[in-house]
Write a protein that binds this ligand. Structure first.
Ligand code: NI
Length: 143
């Protein structure tokens, strides 16, 4: 049966600071640069969520993209939009919010929440137009 990937692009803004509390300010500034600014800074994030499955014979859809949008909003964006990622998001608590750590946490918020027969395939998280990460989930066949 044909398997098709479908993607929804969403957007949000958030503030953060990259740092390790067990490192000195100098060491944090050296490794994380401007992102270590103690007074926070913001990013305009774009997120692409890709799911895959067989198109339903009746609707022709793998998944209603409105439904996917609602899921990503409920599980992720409502929690992080216009928030401080270090201070205000329980599911990021204690995590240094690099784009890498953030995309893995987002994956864990969405995995297992999709309709029967639909797989979470890939998440691309863009922190800036030039800096972005891609995650296709844990597991030996995907690493
Ligand atoms: Ni930053």
């Amino acid at each position: 049966m044909p398997r098709v990937r479908v993607t929804r692009l969403l957007h949000f803004n958030a503030a953060h600071r990259l740092y390790r509390p067990d490192w000195s300010d100098d060491r944090n500034a050296e490794v994380f640069g401007a992102c270590a600014n103690p007074n926070w800074h913001g990013h305009n994030y774009d997120i692409e969520v890709t799911v895959a499955g067989e198109p339903d014979p009746e609707t022709g859809y793998v998944m209603d993209l409105g439904e996917l949008k609602r899921l990503v909003n409920e599980r992720v964006i409502d929690d992080v939009d216009h928030r401080n990622l270090n201070l205000e998001v329980p599911w990021l608590d204690g995590l240094n919010p690099t784009t890498e750590n953030f995309v893995i946490a987002i994956w864990d918020r969405l995995a297992g929440r999709l309709p029967e027969g639909v797989d979470l395939e890939r998440i691309v998280l863009r922190e800036t137009p030039r800096n972005f990460v891609e995650y296709t989930g844990p597991g030996p066949d995907r690493s």
